[in-house]
Design a protein around this ligand. Structure first.
Ligand SMILES: [Zn+2]
Length: 115
């Protein structure tokens, strides 16, 4: 598996490049850097909104926003892994918090809406 980012020749079963940590099955797109922070910010915002809606007792909306937040958060948490940026850990943390808040909003919202 030749790394699409740095060209390093990795063993066949490698998922992340031994040299630059790039996922070798994903094409290298340099301009993803800006998208990463954007998606992480959206994931966090959706998580906060989903939780807020739950506490405002708008359970159906909390579940809906939480569902979207989980999709965006699940994507956002993986995007920074594709980067070699210094704030990788910060972005993953932000996306992770957003993902957790979305899951909480979704599950609690759905639970309360169904009951
Ligand atoms: Zn590489």
């Amino acid at each position: 598996m030749k790394c699409p980012k740095c060209g390093f020749d990795n063993p066949e079963d490698t998922l992340f490049c031994k040299k630059c940590d790039w996922r070798v099955d994903i094409p290298y797109v340099p301009e993803r850097k800006t998208n990463a922070s954007m998606y992480c910010a959206i994931a966090l915002a959706l998580g906060v909104i989903a939780s807020a809606l739950y506490f405002m007792k708008w359970y159906v909306f909390a579940a809906a926003v939480g569902a979207i937040g989980m999709v965006v958060g699940g994507y956002a948490i993986n995007v920074p892994r594709l980067l070699n940026s210094d704030n990788k850990a910060v972005l993953v943390t932000i996306a992770g918090v957003g993902l957790i808040l979305s899951m909480v909003g979704f599950m609690l919202g759905l639970y309360m809406a169904v009951l």
